[in-house]
Write a protein that binds this ligand. Structure first.
Ligand SMILES: Nc1ncnc2c1ncn2[C@@H]1O[C@H](COP(=O)(O)OP(=O)(O)OP(=O)(O)O)[C@@H](O)[C@H]1O
Ligand SMILES: [Mg+2]
Length: 254
């Protein structure tokens, strides 16, 4: 099982939106996905109550210990991808989310202030020696300025020593991202043929390519508490999908 964590200390960068989008895109690619919600604001649990489909299941975790325990249990019960959504600002489960993650994803809006605000999260992630990538979210959709956004990020990246790690593609700001969440759907379900859906599917391919270049975290021995069977996880599960060809891996190029 792979675990990814959406992290940024700044609020409203798109952690929950992208966690939902990536979770469903991964499901559509054949994964068994569980979302762990480490945010008392409960954005994803609220989304779940508006949703009629049973997948992906969402579990709330109160602290880092519970989060790590759940990750261990899920790994033993056939979940192939766990996505952890964290709170903006400081929260108790934050370090647990980073510790559990095989890959930390840091959404940032394409402004200098937002990118600089990622520095504390980046420092904590690098202290844990965790692989990471930035996701540029809410980029202008009409006047696409990816080059300007990239230039802005690149200049700041060098001052923050971000290693040039940037997931692709950028995720544009569009109403269907918000409308999907309001409808209890992911954007790939809400507007399957839309540009936002294409972006999220492509982002998932990038994330999957990056993940498969990382050895999955070696599971620590199960504790007694963690050995309790999880009846919510079905026993017969499909194999993890093969890595997709053609995904760009900027991390490898740095
Ligand atoms: N690509 C996008 N296009 C349009 N709206 C977006 C996009 N990404 C996020 N939003 C909107 O921005 C707002 C913040 O997004 P979201 O709740 O996902 O951020 P967050 O980082 O989880 O926030 P918090 O730190 O409060 O948990 C929401 O209203 C969401 O609908
Ligand atoms: Mg959130």
């Amino acid at each position: 099982m792979y675990t990814i964590a959406l992290v940024s200390r700044k609020g409203g960068t798109g952690k929950s939106t992208l966690a939902i989008g990536l979770a469903v895109a991964a499901m559509e690619a054949g994964h068994r996905v569980r979302i762990l919600e480490a945010d008392p604001l409960a954005t994803i649990s609220n989304w779940r109550t508006r949703r009629s489909g049973i997948e992906p299941a969402v579990e709330s975790v109160r602290d880092g210990y519970e989060l790590l325990q759940r990750v261990r249990v899920l790994a033993q019960h056939g979940i192939t991808l766990t996505i952890v959504d964290t709170a903006g600002g400081w929260s108790e489960p934050w370090s647990g989310a980073v510790a559990a993650a095989d890959l930390c994803l840091i959404p940032a809006r394409p402004s200098l202030a937002d990118i600089e605000a990622a520095a504390p999260a980046l420092a904590a992630i690098r202290a844990e020696r965790k692989p990471f990538a930035f996701i540029l979210n809410q980029t202008p959709a009409r006047r696409q300025r990816p080059d300007a956004a990239a230039a802005s990020l690149g200049a700041t990246a060098s001052s923050l020593d971000m290693m040039g790690v940037l997931a692709l593609p950028y995720i544009a700001q569009r109403n269907d991202q918000q409308d999907a969440i309001a409808a209890g759907l992911a954007v790939t379900e809400f507007a399957r043929e839309g540009k936002s859906a294409d972006e999220i599917r492509a982002l998932w391919r990038w994330v999957w390519a990056r993940l498969t270049s990382i050895a999955p975290g070696e599971a620590e021995p199960l504790t007694d508490a963690a050995e309790d069977a999880d009846p919510t996880v079905p026993a017969n599960l499909p194999a993890v999908p093969r890595p997709l060809d053609g995904a760009v891996d900027l991390y490898a190029a740095t």
